[in-house]
Design a binder for this molecule. Sequence first.
Ligand code: BTN
Length: 251
Amino acid sequence: MTFETLHQVARWLGCQKIVLAECGSTNDEAARLARAGAKHGTVVIAERQTAGRGRDGHTWTSPAGGLYLSAVLRPALPLVDVPPMTLAIGIGVCEAARQAGAASVLKWPNDVLVGGKKLAGVLVEAQSQGGKLDSVIVGIGVNLSNEVPDVGISLAQARGVAVDRDVFIGSLLAAVERWVDRYVASGIEAIIPAWQDRMAIGLSARATVDGAPLVGSMHGLDPDGALLLRDDTGRIHRVRSGDVEVLRSAY
Ligand code: BTN
Protein backbone atom coordinates (compact mmCIF):
# COMPACT_ATOMS: atom_id res chain seq x y z
CA MET A 1 0.00 0.00 0.00
CA THR A 2 1.36 3.45 -0.83
CA PHE A 3 1.33 6.37 1.57
CA GLU A 4 -1.48 7.98 -0.42
CA THR A 5 -3.74 4.93 -0.01
CA LEU A 6 -2.88 4.27 3.63
CA HIS A 7 -5.65 6.09 5.48
CA GLN A 8 -5.40 6.76 9.16
CA VAL A 9 -8.04 8.81 10.77
CA ALA A 10 -7.79 10.86 13.93
CA ARG A 11 -10.75 10.61 16.32
CA TRP A 12 -10.63 13.94 18.09
CA LEU A 13 -7.63 15.88 16.74
CA GLY A 14 -8.97 18.06 13.93
CA CYS A 15 -12.62 17.58 15.00
CA GLN A 16 -12.86 21.25 14.09
CA LYS A 17 -10.50 22.57 11.41
CA ILE A 18 -9.97 26.21 10.50
CA VAL A 19 -7.95 26.83 7.34
CA LEU A 20 -6.52 30.29 6.72
CA ALA A 21 -4.72 31.61 3.65
CA GLU A 22 -2.46 33.70 5.88
CA CYS A 23 -2.05 34.71 9.51
CA GLY A 24 0.66 35.99 11.84
CA SER A 25 1.15 32.76 13.79
CA THR A 26 -1.25 29.80 13.95
CA ASN A 27 -0.23 29.42 17.62
CA ASP A 28 -1.61 32.90 18.30
CA GLU A 29 -4.81 32.10 16.37
CA ALA A 30 -5.25 28.85 18.28
CA ALA A 31 -4.57 30.58 21.62
CA ARG A 32 -7.19 33.19 20.79
CA LEU A 33 -9.71 30.48 19.86
CA ALA A 34 -8.90 28.60 23.08
CA ARG A 35 -9.59 31.72 25.15
CA ALA A 36 -12.91 32.02 23.32
CA GLY A 37 -13.80 28.43 24.35
CA ALA A 38 -12.62 26.32 21.38
CA LYS A 39 -12.87 22.65 22.16
CA HIS A 40 -10.19 20.02 22.63
CA GLY A 41 -8.86 19.01 19.22
CA THR A 42 -9.58 22.25 17.34
CA VAL A 43 -6.93 22.77 14.66
CA VAL A 44 -5.85 25.90 12.78
CA ILE A 45 -3.88 25.53 9.54
CA ALA A 46 -2.41 28.42 7.56
CA GLU A 47 -0.95 28.39 4.08
CA ARG A 48 1.51 31.13 5.08
CA GLN A 49 2.51 32.83 8.32
CA THR A 50 3.85 36.36 8.54
CA ALA A 51 5.11 36.03 12.13
CA GLY A 52 5.77 32.32 12.57
CA ARG A 53 7.89 31.58 15.60
CA GLY A 54 9.91 28.73 17.01
CA ARG A 55 11.37 27.96 20.41
CA ASP A 56 13.49 30.50 22.29
CA GLY A 57 12.12 33.40 20.25
CA HIS A 58 13.45 32.12 16.92
CA THR A 59 11.62 33.06 13.75
CA TRP A 60 9.95 30.23 11.81
CA THR A 61 10.03 31.38 8.20
CA SER A 62 6.69 30.33 6.74
CA PRO A 63 6.33 30.66 2.95
CA ALA A 64 3.61 28.95 0.91
CA GLY A 65 4.19 25.22 0.43
CA GLY A 66 4.96 24.54 4.08
CA LEU A 67 2.56 23.23 6.70
CA TYR A 68 1.78 25.51 9.65
CA LEU A 69 -0.61 23.85 12.04
CA SER A 70 -1.66 24.53 15.63
CA ALA A 71 -4.01 22.57 17.83
CA VAL A 72 -5.94 23.44 20.99
CA LEU A 73 -5.64 20.65 23.56
CA ARG A 74 -7.37 20.55 26.92
CA PRO A 75 -5.74 17.60 28.69
CA ALA A 76 -6.42 16.94 32.38
CA LEU A 77 -2.80 17.50 33.38
CA PRO A 78 -1.00 19.71 35.89
CA LEU A 79 1.00 22.57 34.36
CA VAL A 80 4.32 20.85 35.11
CA ASP A 81 3.39 17.96 32.82
CA VAL A 82 3.02 20.19 29.76
CA PRO A 83 6.71 20.59 28.63
CA PRO A 84 7.35 16.81 28.18
CA MET A 85 4.33 16.72 25.88
CA THR A 86 6.73 18.14 23.26
CA LEU A 87 8.43 14.72 23.21
CA ALA A 88 5.15 12.90 22.56
CA ILE A 89 4.25 15.25 19.75
CA GLY A 90 7.70 14.93 18.20
CA ILE A 91 7.23 11.15 18.03
CA GLY A 92 3.92 11.66 16.20
CA VAL A 93 5.49 14.07 13.69
CA CYS A 94 8.47 11.75 13.14
CA GLU A 95 6.11 8.81 12.62
CA ALA A 96 4.00 10.71 10.06
CA ALA A 97 7.17 11.73 8.17
CA ARG A 98 8.35 8.10 8.15
CA GLN A 99 4.97 6.91 6.91
CA ALA A 100 5.37 9.44 4.11
CA GLY A 101 8.70 7.88 3.17
CA ALA A 102 11.26 10.16 4.89
CA ALA A 103 14.00 8.59 7.03
CA SER A 104 13.31 10.98 9.89
CA VAL A 105 14.85 11.00 13.37
CA LEU A 106 14.31 13.10 16.50
CA LYS A 107 16.62 15.74 17.88
CA TRP A 108 15.95 16.79 21.47
CA PRO A 109 13.66 18.33 22.39
CA ASN A 110 11.50 19.26 19.45
CA ASP A 111 13.11 18.82 16.04
CA VAL A 112 12.54 16.24 13.33
CA LEU A 113 15.59 15.80 11.09
CA VAL A 114 16.33 14.01 7.85
CA GLY A 115 19.99 13.65 6.92
CA GLY A 116 20.86 16.04 9.78
CA LYS A 117 18.65 18.75 8.26
CA LYS A 118 15.53 20.15 9.82
CA LEU A 119 12.27 18.84 8.42
CA ALA A 120 9.90 19.92 11.19
CA GLY A 121 9.69 21.62 14.57
CA VAL A 122 7.25 21.64 17.46
CA LEU A 123 6.33 24.58 19.70
CA VAL A 124 4.17 23.78 22.73
CA GLU A 125 2.73 26.67 24.75
CA ALA A 126 0.51 26.47 27.84
CA GLN A 127 -2.29 28.85 28.78
CA SER A 128 -3.25 28.84 32.45
CA GLN A 129 -5.74 30.49 34.77
CA GLY A 130 -5.14 30.84 38.49
CA GLY A 131 -2.20 28.43 38.32
CA LYS A 132 -4.31 25.74 36.58
CA LEU A 133 -3.84 24.55 33.04
CA ASP A 134 -6.52 25.90 30.74
CA SER A 135 -5.24 24.80 27.33
CA VAL A 136 -2.13 23.62 25.55
CA ILE A 137 -1.36 25.09 22.15
CA VAL A 138 0.60 22.65 20.03
CA GLY A 139 2.27 24.27 17.01
CA ILE A 140 3.80 22.09 14.30
CA GLY A 141 5.75 23.42 11.33
CA VAL A 142 6.69 20.99 8.54
CA ASN A 143 8.67 21.78 5.41
CA LEU A 144 6.44 20.06 2.88
CA SER A 145 7.31 21.46 -0.53
CA ASN A 146 8.48 24.98 0.35
CA GLU A 147 11.95 26.30 -0.48
CA VAL A 148 14.24 25.73 2.49
CA PRO A 149 17.69 27.06 3.37
CA ASP A 150 20.59 24.58 3.42
CA VAL A 151 20.10 23.69 7.11
CA GLY A 152 16.59 22.50 6.29
CA ILE A 153 14.97 19.90 4.07
CA SER A 154 11.46 19.51 2.72
CA LEU A 155 9.43 16.31 2.74
CA ALA A 156 9.33 16.48 -1.06
CA GLN A 157 13.16 16.58 -1.15
CA ALA A 158 13.44 13.80 1.42
CA ARG A 159 11.09 11.43 -0.44
CA GLY A 160 12.15 12.55 -3.90
CA VAL A 161 8.53 13.07 -4.91
CA ALA A 162 5.85 15.62 -4.01
CA VAL A 163 3.63 14.88 -1.05
CA ASP A 164 -0.15 15.11 -1.04
CA ARG A 165 -0.77 17.84 1.54
CA ASP A 166 -4.18 16.61 2.71
CA VAL A 167 -3.03 13.00 3.02
CA PHE A 168 -0.03 14.14 5.06
CA ILE A 169 -2.21 16.28 7.34
CA GLY A 170 -4.52 13.30 7.93
CA SER A 171 -1.61 11.03 8.76
CA LEU A 172 0.00 13.68 11.00
CA LEU A 173 -3.17 14.28 13.01
CA ALA A 174 -3.71 10.54 13.53
CA ALA A 175 -0.10 9.98 14.66
CA VAL A 176 0.04 13.01 16.97
CA GLU A 177 -3.32 12.09 18.51
CA ARG A 178 -2.10 8.56 19.24
CA TRP A 179 0.99 9.78 21.08
CA VAL A 180 -0.80 12.55 22.99
CA ASP A 181 -3.36 9.98 24.19
CA ARG A 182 -0.57 7.67 25.26
CA TYR A 183 1.25 10.44 27.15
CA VAL A 184 -1.89 11.70 28.90
CA ALA A 185 -2.98 8.16 29.88
CA SER A 186 0.38 6.71 30.91
CA GLY A 187 2.87 9.56 31.44
CA ILE A 188 6.45 10.08 30.36
CA GLU A 189 7.51 6.45 31.01
CA ALA A 190 5.31 5.43 28.07
CA ILE A 191 7.02 7.94 25.79
CA ILE A 192 10.75 7.73 26.56
CA PRO A 193 11.46 4.31 24.94
CA ALA A 194 9.62 5.29 21.74
CA TRP A 195 11.43 8.65 21.64
CA GLN A 196 14.84 7.00 22.16
CA ASP A 197 14.07 4.46 19.40
CA ARG A 198 13.69 7.33 16.95
CA MET A 199 16.42 9.50 18.40
CA ALA A 200 19.47 10.67 16.47
CA ILE A 201 21.86 8.71 18.77
CA GLY A 202 25.49 9.72 18.39
CA LEU A 203 24.67 13.00 16.68
CA SER A 204 27.35 15.51 17.57
CA ALA A 205 25.93 18.58 19.27
CA ARG A 206 26.78 21.70 21.26
CA ALA A 207 24.64 22.61 24.26
CA THR A 208 24.76 24.88 27.28
CA VAL A 209 25.02 23.07 30.62
CA ASP A 210 25.07 25.10 33.86
CA GLY A 211 25.89 28.19 31.82
CA ALA A 212 28.94 26.63 30.13
CA PRO A 213 29.19 25.38 26.54
CA LEU A 214 29.50 21.64 26.11
CA VAL A 215 30.19 19.57 23.01
CA GLY A 216 29.13 15.94 23.02
CA SER A 217 27.18 13.24 21.29
CA MET A 218 23.53 12.53 21.91
CA HIS A 219 23.33 9.53 24.21
CA GLY A 220 19.73 9.13 25.33
CA LEU A 221 17.05 10.57 27.60
CA ASP A 222 16.83 10.66 31.38
CA PRO A 223 13.65 9.17 32.88
CA ASP A 224 12.32 12.74 33.29
CA GLY A 225 12.88 13.56 29.60
CA ALA A 226 16.12 15.55 29.97
CA LEU A 227 18.73 14.98 27.23
CA LEU A 228 21.86 12.98 28.06
CA LEU A 229 24.93 14.22 26.21
CA ARG A 230 28.20 12.26 26.30
CA ASP A 231 31.44 14.28 26.21
CA ASP A 232 34.70 12.98 24.69
CA THR A 233 35.87 11.64 28.07
CA GLY A 234 32.76 9.45 28.22
CA ARG A 235 31.10 11.53 30.95
CA ILE A 236 27.33 11.89 30.63
CA HIS A 237 25.74 15.31 31.18
CA ARG A 238 22.08 16.18 31.62
CA VAL A 239 20.74 18.98 29.44
CA ARG A 240 17.51 20.37 30.80
CA SER A 241 16.83 23.46 28.77
CA GLY A 242 18.33 25.75 26.20
CA ASP A 243 19.31 25.19 22.65
CA VAL A 244 21.10 22.13 21.32
CA GLU A 245 22.90 22.81 18.06
CA VAL A 246 23.74 19.98 15.68
CA LEU A 247 27.43 20.05 14.69
CA ARG A 248 27.95 17.04 12.44
CA SER A 249 25.51 14.54 11.16
CA ALA A 250 25.73 10.86 10.36
CA TYR A 251 21.99 10.74 9.62
C1 BTN B 1 10.97 25.14 16.44
O1 BTN B 1 11.56 24.32 15.75
O2 BTN B 1 11.61 25.98 17.12
C2 BTN B 1 9.48 25.12 16.49
C3 BTN B 1 8.86 25.61 15.23
C4 BTN B 1 7.35 25.62 15.30
C5 BTN B 1 6.73 26.29 14.10
C6 BTN B 1 5.24 26.14 14.09
S1 BTN B 1 4.52 26.59 12.54
C7 BTN B 1 2.94 26.48 13.25
C8 BTN B 1 3.04 27.13 14.62
N1 BTN B 1 2.93 28.57 14.50
C9 BTN B 1 4.03 29.19 14.88
O3 BTN B 1 4.20 30.42 14.89
N2 BTN B 1 4.97 28.30 15.24
C10 BTN B 1 4.47 26.94 15.13
